[in-house]
Design a protein around this ligand. Sequence first.
Ligand code: NAI
Length: 212
Amino acid sequence: MEQKGVSKAVIGRLPRYYRYLGELMEEGVERISSSDLSQKMKVTSSQIRQDLNHFGGFGQTGYGYHVATLYNEIGHLLGLDKNHSLIVIGAGNLGQALANYANFERRGFNICAMFDADPKLIGTRTIRDIPILDVARLEEYLENHEVDIAVLAIPKTGAIPVAKRLVEAHIRAIWNFSHTDLEVPEDVVVENVHLSESLMKLSYRMAEQRRK
Ligand code: NAI
């Protein structure tokens, strides 16, 4: 499948297509027209056609999209046809909430270990069989296990030195929840998640409604 220079906005919409198509598959829908998909997803059908055309288009005029094919192709684009192993640094409220969320596994994201600096947590418990290990032994663990993604769920003061250690230990993807920007080499991908920013956007839209 062809992949021309794709904008971040298009890539940002792919997970939503994937989710909707997954739901259609669960409902037993085999084919869907771009107008029906557009109604369901509340985006214009021309937007859908434009988005999917970036990847060579998957539909046929008058025939619609084959749901399973489109689902699998988008899954492939998103790298979801491969399993990913994750570690979580920080086994506090957020780290434990992430480890407790079993749905990541459905998408092939498997959390294999958590790391923390607090002796009260290390080795004392597991979250759904995921052990909490000493962050001092991070490098040793990474030498012996294949890990694709490290999740940073620690306060920002620790995030930069820990990210440096991860990069030196050849981690090439960081899902960063810590409130700090990380400086990493070009071949390392970082996805920042800020729930409070999402909440601020919601608050902006609420204020906008009130101004109307
Ligand atoms: P928490 O205090 O419950 O847990 C933090 C854990 O990190 C503790 O168990 C602590 O021992 C451990 N830790 C601290 N420094 C460490 C280090 N250098 N190496 C290994 N472990 C270390 O805090 P919570 O609520 O889990 O939040 C964690 C961080 O994530 C906070 O800084 C918070 O601001 C941030 N956060 C970000 C969100 C986002 O949307 N980006 C949402 C919620 C929290």
